[in-house]
Design a protein around this ligand. Sequence first.
Ligand code: PLP
Length: 432
Amino acid sequence: MHHFAVNRQGQLCCEDFPLREIARRTGTPVYVYSHATLAHHFKVFDDAFAAIPHIVCYSMKANSNGSVIRTFTNLGGGVDIVSGGELARALSAGAKPKKIVYSGVGKKVWEIEEALRRGILMFNVESREELETIDAVAGRMRKRAPVSIRVNPDVDPKTHPYISTGLKKNKFGIHIRQAMKDYEWAARRRHIEVVGVDCHIGSQLTDLSPFLDAAGRVRRLVDQLLAKGMPIRLVDVGGGLGIRYNDELPPHPKEYANAVVNAFRGLDVTLVLEPGRVLVGNAGVLVTEVLYTKPIPSPDGKGRKYFFIVDAAMNDLARPSLYGSYHAILPVGKCPRGRVTADVVGPICESGDFLAKDRTLPPYKAGDLLAVMSAGAYGFSMSSNYNSRPRAAEVMVSGDRCEVVRERETARDVSRGERTASFLAAKRPARK
Ligand SMILES: *Cc1c(COP(=O)(O)O)cnc(C)c1O
């Protein structure tokens, strides 16, 4: 469900606001987020777990814009962070420290200190050495660090290999059969408080069975830990629920929730959920303008194919280049008649710079505006300045209101912090 639709004038709108008008005001490329869609997704997800104590901790790496995070914190959401930078942004977007969980394989000492100082809900710890570091840092600060071990359940999430995280060959977590030893070790540390178990197996999962497998394995571990007297009160099942980009049929949050709730039935614990993509993915689009079109002979030699060269590129939306992902592409205004085969490509100097490949599309012309759909997750947050391109503006719409929630970068922003080395700066006349 999302609030992007064509109005009676044939204009694609975000809620009640035409995308063309946003492009006119802010220029392109521009990310546009629908507040109503974000809020709806959060409520549906949150309500799905109503039967059991739970905290929905939005996985903010999917989209780290402060207004997006605040949409969820205003609705009572917590945040799943993976860095000290995310901690700072989560707090400034209104996240309560007691609703922040901190995941990631490479937490640095300053990041652990900051999280302890703020008093977060828990650290999801991914190795024995990280446990040792957290114990030492908490000791120096005379604190006890609340800890879950992120277990690696060794299940295949059947998603793209780059976003599979729950196989034993992945860098994530501690193998579930190894975890008991580490729990017993952690429980003896003075500055560690064992509070829970954590697991996250991957992203864009469109099938329930890997979640069920993982949940079953985690449940057995929780039972064993409780039997040993460990005070497990939080069970974090991670994120990863997929969305529809093209023809996927991911489970509804309700089905997912029922399966998870069922797996942990009868336990006196609070569930922690870390949804990212499912909350934001379909709530955002990337609006881009066609700069040029270029026909080439089609590979079979029988016809023509086109390049639609647009002003958004892989630095703005990396997913197609990185994972070969599909994003639907819709016209923002009236749709030209006819159909051609085309690649939608950006200005970046790499053949891997494309937003869509071999699509059947209307014969767009220079100046047409296109909406790259379902770009709310892992869109802006993965964007970069490659080719010294300023990062796009971000806009949030609520009803007929539209506000810039992040300014477009300028050429100055792109080189901010850079200096010329002193041995290059002095201009001496060259000696003969
Ligand atoms: C990325 C990530 C998530 C969110 O994944 P989605 O597929 O966006 O729901 C949750 N937990 C952890 C630990 C992650 O790394």
